[in-house]
Design a protein. Sequence first.
Length: 191
Amino acid sequence: MTQHPLSGVVEAVLLAAGRPVSVEQLLELFDEGQRPPAEEVTAALAELQQSYASRGVELRQVASGWRVQIRPQHADVVSRLWQERPSRYSRALLETLALIAYRQPITRGEIEDIRGVTVATTIMRTLHERNWIRVVGHREVPGHPELLGTTREFLDYFGLEEPRRPADARRTARPRRHQGAARPAGRHRDG
């Protein structure tokens, strides 16, 4: 198999970038007179992906573009290179993030209704600081609560190309209050 002439350049850019790079971003790196067609860059990416098939790294497409990453089966060994421990997220944070991802756009109040507890401010702050969620609008009800959705950084971190929703995520029954049922006096706090 002959190597595509762009493969070396594309590989070097992806390794040096340290973040996902889109085909459009790859094309912008070339001078206008030397810019290859997008099809050639895509062919070079496909060739690199195939050449990595039997190696410890892989070329993977995520929401923001293409990146070279460690294969999941080698992550435990490679992670020992870094002294710091990876962040451990609480069940409450992960549940909140899952609700935002699967039911976006969603308000904080809707998350609290589904979970049955108040969402701690620290959870929301962490999700915003990690840039995993963002405000995508406001619900047209009194108070205009923020509508939350996920970001490209969220998709990249979890290795996703696009938000995935179970086919029936929107039809999943939300907790219903029966007519005449009293609403609890207060919500429990969550950490």
